[in-house]
Design a protein around this ligand. Structure first.
Ligand SMILES: Nc1ncnc2c1ncn2[C@@H]1O[C@H](COP(=O)(O)OP(=O)(O)O)[C@@H](O)[C@H]1O
Ligand SMILES: [Mg+2]
Length: 236
């Protein structure tokens, strides 16, 4: 589904991705771990095309997409739920979803897409007319997820979905993520997290990043049981 080969990315002269190589299969749920400032967000932005790869290659569904603009990648099914869950605060919940779907008309197809999102997030349905800015942090995260979901992605990437949320809210966000995966065996998930335990519980494999490099990779069980690794890179 997704393959990175020796991908480098820079901010000016600062190298923030250093020869990243990784592979994610269709239907997998993979997590990217690592403390603040290690390049996790940059990695997701590079995959979706908001940040250029200066060298290396990105393949998606077997095609070389390294030079594709972001809008083309999104159209082909790559979707990123950004860090800090950016929603339009002065638009209603429903308008936020429709804008993400690429329409504001509200036709038959849009109604179906909305219903799909509302079936996963009943809270959003109850608040469909409310301004997004008035939602709680957890509800805004749900809305940000809904905005991605309405684009029917093949590769869904989430940047720190649990950041700044109370533990009970984190639980409900991950419940929603599991619900999204039910009946969508082909959906591939890449989730960036600092919350190591939650991340590994919800993924089958993980990569650990340190200063723009992948320093460890393994199944969730391997990473969970590697106390040296956790001590050295993850601070837990
Ligand atoms: N817009 C930017 N301009 C310059 N440097 C940046 C910018 N965004 C991030 N960085 C730097 O790139 C590095 C990686 O950042 P980031 O990908 O956001 O890490 P993470 O998501 O792991 O916290 C950090 O050293 C950060 O300071
Ligand atoms: Mg980040």
């Amino acid at each position: 589904m997704l393959e990175l080969e020796s991908v480098d990315a820079y901010y000016g002269t600062l190298k923030v991705l250093d020869s990243i190589t990784m592979k994610v299969d269709k239907g997998e749920s993979v997590t990217i771990l690592g403390p603040n400032g290690m390049g996790k967000t940059t990695l997701l932005r590079t995959i979706v095309g908001l940040m250029p790869a200066r060298s290396g290659r990105i393949k998606y569904k077997g095609k070389d997409i390294t030079q594709w603009p972001a809008h083309r990648r999104v159209r082909e099914g790559i979707s990123l739920v950004p860090e800090g869950r950016r929603v339009f605060p002065y638009l209603s919940v429903e308008k936020n979803l429709l804008v993400a779907a690429g329409t504001t008309s509200g036709g038959r197809r849009e109604e179906d897409s909305l219903e799909t999102v509302y079936s996963i997030f009943p809270d959003l349905k109850a608040k469909r007319k409310d301004l997004a800015g008035n939602l709680s942090g957890g509800q805004q995260q749900m809305l940000a997820l809904g905005r991605s979901l309405i684009q029917s992605p093949s590769l869904l990437m989430l940047d720190e979905p649990s950041l700044g949320l109370a533990p009970i809210v984190v639980k409900s966000v991950y419940q929603a993520i599991r619900k999204i995966r039910e009946g969508r065996e082909e959906l591939t998930l890449v989730v960036v997290e600092q919350n190591v335990r939650v991340a590994l519980e919800n993924a089958s494999r993980g990569y650990v990043m340190q200063h723009g490099r992948v320093v460890a990779a393994g199944t969730s069980e391997e990473l969970m049981n590697d106390s040296k690794l956790k001590e050295r890179y993850l601070g837990v």
